[in-house]
Design a binder for this molecule. Structure first.
Ligand code: NAD
Length: 479
């Protein structure tokens, strides 16, 4: 079987060569096709950081093993790492954080074991990067949370938790504030939980989750989160087990999967043969297990754990009083320990499973489940206007445009109501949201837009829909 390999930038080639040397010594039955991705590909003029040939190869082979890649600064290009995850719909980012004996942390010293898997939604949320300057002073980012997108990642998390033999699966969220976006994610979590009665499913607000993770990490098992919150919480978890050098990552999709370390290109130590290859090796082991190569993955992992247990280390961790090894020597130490097992936490030699096919062909973009809201009715519109006037002045002008179809219900600023009631202590920036409401159609809204544009620049607008008796929009603070 063949997989695509992109060595990456900075320390990427050094740690990838080290990991592939371990795989080759272990006679991993894989062939590697090296593809062109990374900073130097941006520099050649490919704005997505990969050549068309690289894209074609990865889409044919279905598995990409990649080193870290640098995003050029200030050239208006987007991260190749994020582009790859989004383009190929790798909707679930799986990051497993385990106590590694030989890697000292406050928890290992206190005898508190850690074995947490963070599943982060990988495509949606503010990572769509859909952002606009509404006015010179006001930037707006759109946060997309969709029902089918949430279902894909949450379903994956439950399946993975079941396979892992987890006791508990927790949804981290901020649905107390973001009632529609995080609220939808949480709703889907509990819908899917019904299919897994053997798992204890619960939820925790993300700030409380962070506090609990740093005080009692042993209480958590599998945690599923939206993209940005998952990004932050997973780095926090990397800190619990000794840092980014030990944090593997698998980006899972239905057709293409990407395995990589969590850390970046470490430009400060690149080219010195001192980088720690453990995180990339652990990512490679999850790749082997994903393909069904259980035995060889356990053999290599036991050799790694034994090596760490002996106190062998690269310069970024371990006992400062013992000499650290360079990247290549560290990899050779692991190879020399093939066939050994650590005293604590040895991985069982599970028989191989049938190799997963990694060659895919699709003719059309898959359309995810698409339920439209039943009994949908436009009840109003939020118009985001640019103005430096006081709320009462804006209200007077807007009321002139309301006509018979519209009623001015509310003016808010940055989500806080300032008219018809509010407080003079609410600071204003030059952008207002106004809200009007009666059963309407889109032509009515266009009519209001044209009329109001006589007085104001309308920076953005949102329809306010009712689905039956359910409001499909949030209210302003204080409304
Ligand atoms: P970084 O992870 O590269 O480095 C942070 C610190 O950790 C540095 O001190 C570095 O020396 C150290 N470090 C990281 N990996 C190490 C390893 N394997 N062994 C020993 N020490 C290690 O983060 P950064 O400096 O913020 O980012 C550098 C570049 O990497 C940026 O261009 C960023 O966009 C990119 N990046 C890429 C990925 C990815 O490819 N998935 C992820 C994060 C950052």
């Amino acid at each position: 079987m063949k997989i695509a390999v992109a060595k990456g930038d900075g320390i990427g080639p050094e740690i990838m060569d080290a990991v592939l040397s371990i795989f080759n010594a272990a006679k991993v039955p894989l062939e590697y096709e090296v593809v062109e991705m990374g900073k130097w590909v941006f520099d050649k003029g490919y704005s997505n950081g990969m050549t068309p040939d690289a894209q074609k190869t990865i889409e044919q082979l279905g598995i990409l093993f990649k080193g870290p890649m640098e995003t050029p600064k200030g050239k208006g290009v987007k991260s190749v790492n994020v582009t790859a995850r989004k383009t190929w719909n790798t909707y679930a980012n799986n990051r497993t954080f385990q106590t590694l004996h030989g890697v000292d942390t406050v928890f290992s010293k206190a005898g508190i074991p850690i074995d947490i898997t963070i599943v982060r939604e990988n495509i949606e949320d503010t990572y769509g990067g859909v952002e606009h300057m509404l006015t010179y002073d006001v930037a707006l980012s759109r946060r997309f949370i969709t029902r089918p997108g949430s279902a894909q990642v949450i379903k994956y998390a439950f399946e993975m938790a079941r396979k892992k033999g987890a006791r508990r699966i927790t949804c981290g969220h901020k649905a107390n504030i973001m009632k529609l976006t995080d609220g939808l994610f949480l709703e889907v979590f509990y819908e899917i939980a019904k299919e897994y009665p053997e798992l204890k499913a619960d939820d925790v607000i993300v700030d409380d989750l962070c506090m609990k993770l740093v005080t009692r990490p042993d209480l958590f098992d599998v945690v599923v989160l939206t993209n940005l919150q998952g990004d932050i919480v997973s780095d926090l978890c990397a800190g619990l087990i000794g840092g980014l050098g030990f944090a593997p990552s698998a980006n899972i999709g239905d057709h293409i999967c990407i395995f990589e370390a969590v850390h970046g290109t470490a430009p400060d130590i690149a080219g010195k043969n001192i980088a720690n290859p453990t995180a990339l090796l652990l990512s490679g082991l999850s790749l082997l297990r994903h393909l069904g190569l259980m035995e060889i993955a356990a053999m290599i992992e036991n050799a790694l754990l034994y090596t760490l247990e002996l106190g062998i280390h690269t310069g970024d961790f371990g006992d400062r009083n013992t000499t650290s090894l360079g990247t290549t020597d560290f990899a050779n130490a692991i190879i020399n320990h093939f066939g050994t097992s650590p005293k604590i936490g040895a991985k069982p030699l599970i028989p191989n499973q049938p190799m997963t096919n990694t060659v895919f062909h699709l003719d059309n973009n898959p359309m995810l489940e698409n339920k439209s809201g039943t009994d949908e009715q436009i009840m109003g519109v939020d118009m985001f206007i640019e103005s430096n006037e006081q709320p009462t002045v804006i209200a007077d002008k807007c009321l002139r445009h309301a006509g018979v179809k519209f009623k001015l219900l509310n003016i808010s600023n940055r989500g806080t109501q300032v008219w018809p009631t509010g407080s003079v202590y609410t600071n204003l920036v030059n952008q207002f949201e106004s809200l009007d409401g009666l059963p309407l159609n889109q032509q009515d809204v266009i009519g209001l837009y044209v009329s109001l544009s006589g007085n104001y620049k309308i920076c953005s607008l949102e329809l306010l829909n009712m689905w039956g008796d359910k409001r499909a929009y949030s209210l302003a603070q204080g409304q």
